[in-house]
Design a protein around this ligand. Structure first.
Ligand code: PLP
Length: 401
């Protein structure tokens, strides 16, 4: 089966199944209305790769859904994927299967730190990191990112100071970064890793946005050096790149034997060590046959980003675009509009009819920004932008151009 690029243009009615992103009650609860462009959940409005749908159909047709063994061929396919695309080699046996990435993060934090310990994060960053730390009674320690000439940069001097505190035991690296779409350059990863290793701060890397990048590939932090691979745990998953959030499992790669054993034992003890048969089928198809589709969807997303970039420049010049290097999440800068937090929420929800994530959800460093998701058919994006333009025109007489 071949995927034609125009497939991404066709609208799938996602309300036929109980879709979180489109759920009226949930949107009503969060935004106070459900008559909005749903752009607040990080999944795509596209059908999955035909190769994955076919693999799932074959698995359904088989008709027996009893226990499956843990698949060596799946682990091998994942290791080959990372070797071929990212020159990161690891032993397939070093992969631990987990139900979800947030579960992987929660387990790693609980295993490799204690209550009250500090865990360093780099805001503005995916808000669930904060929720996991709060639930695990860890202290959130910020190493805020800095926006310099349109690009977010790490603050290494500040990182030196927070890693020097012996009570700060872990750092969660978001690579590439959600919501900023930043692909961290090798030199930044090398510097971050050197600082963390020197100060005994173990790195937990969330790399689930690594497969969709717009200029070249991302670098897995564990591939930086042998020492880094031994002092990090990497969370990977096909859920973002292949749009499988409702079906696929996630994985952790841990090279250090003792830490890997601690983690594997925990999953065994908790009896969370049986894979879902559909997850197995979908993941194997993704990692063995999904690459052409992934390239096509990335091209389509690149096109949507270009449309958004041109639109903002032409129609809403006070809304600045932070160029995404990865993922379908785009970080918009509203600070020049002069709207305060409450006015910005009213503008986005009531005027522009957008269910998007206000920047302060990602930490106070995100105030004045918002994250939108452009992984939708172009006609939906156009409709959303028409509403944004109307809203902008409506308030622009009061804006300082
Ligand atoms: C950086 C990052 N980590 C984790 C998750 C959640 O992954 P999962 O649904 O597998 O728990 C998301 C979802 O948006 C994400 O963006």
């Amino acid at each position: 089966m071949k995927t034609k690029a125009e497939n991404f243009d066709s609208i799938v009615n996602r309300t036929e199944v109980p879709t979180l992103k489109f759920d009226a009650e949930t949107m009503q609860g969060i935004f106070g209305t459900s008559e909005l462009w749903p752009s607040w959940v990080a999944d795509m409005d596209f059908r999955a790769a035909p190769e994955i749908i076919e693999a799932l159909s074959l698995r359904v047709d088989h008709g027996v859904f009893g226990y499956e063994v843990s698949r060596g061929d799946l682990r091998g396919a994942v290791a080959s994927w990372y070797q071929n695309r990212y020159a990161w080699s690891f032993n397939p046996e070093h992969i631990i299967s987990t139900p979800r990435t947030l579960n992987s993060l929660a387990v790693l934090i609980n295993l490799f730190s204690s209550k009250g310990d500090g865990v360093i994060v780099q805001p503005p960053v995916f808000y669930d990191f904060k929720l996991i730390l709060r639930a695990g009674k860890r202290r959130l320690v910020k190493n805020p990112l800095k926006l310099e000439q349109g690009k977010y940069q790490m603050d290494f001097d500040h990182l030196e100071s927070v890693t020097a505190d012996p009570d700060n035991k872990l750092l969660i690296l978001c690579n590439p970064h959600n919501p900023l779409g930043r692909v961290w350059p090798n030199k930044d990863l090398a510097r971050l890793s050197e600082i963390c290793l020197r100060n005994n701060v173990f790195i937990i890397a969330d790399e689930i946005h690594g497969d969709i990048t717009y200029q070249g590939r991302y670098t897995p932090v564990a591939s930086i050096s042998h020492e880094t691979s031994l002092y990090s745990a990497t969370c990977i998953s096909p859920v973002k790149s292949f749009n499988l959030a409702g079906v696929a499992n996630s994985m952790i790669v841990i090279e250090d034997e003792e830490k890997r054993k601690a983690c594997t034992d925990w999953y065994k003890r908790m009896e969370i060590n049986k894979n879902n048969v559909f997850s197995n089928a979908a993941m194997l198809a993704a990692y063995t046959k999904g690459e052409p589709w992934l390239e096509q969807v990335t091209d389509y997303l690149r096109g949507n980003i270009a449309i958004l970039r041109n639109f903002l420049q032409l129609k809403t010049p006070l809304i600045k675009f932070v160029e995404p290097e990865a993922s379908y999440l785009v970080w918009l800068d509203f600070r020049e509009t002069g709207l305060d937090a409450r006015q910005l929420e009213t503008f986005l929800v009531s005027d522009a009819q957008m269910a998007v994530n206000p920047g302060h959800w990602f930490g106070r460093e995100g105030a004045g920004f918002a994250r939108i998701n452009i992984a939708c058919p172009r006609s939906m994006l156009h409709a959303a932008l028409v509403n944004l333009e109307k809203a902008y025109t409506g308030i622009s007489s009061g804006l300082q151009h």
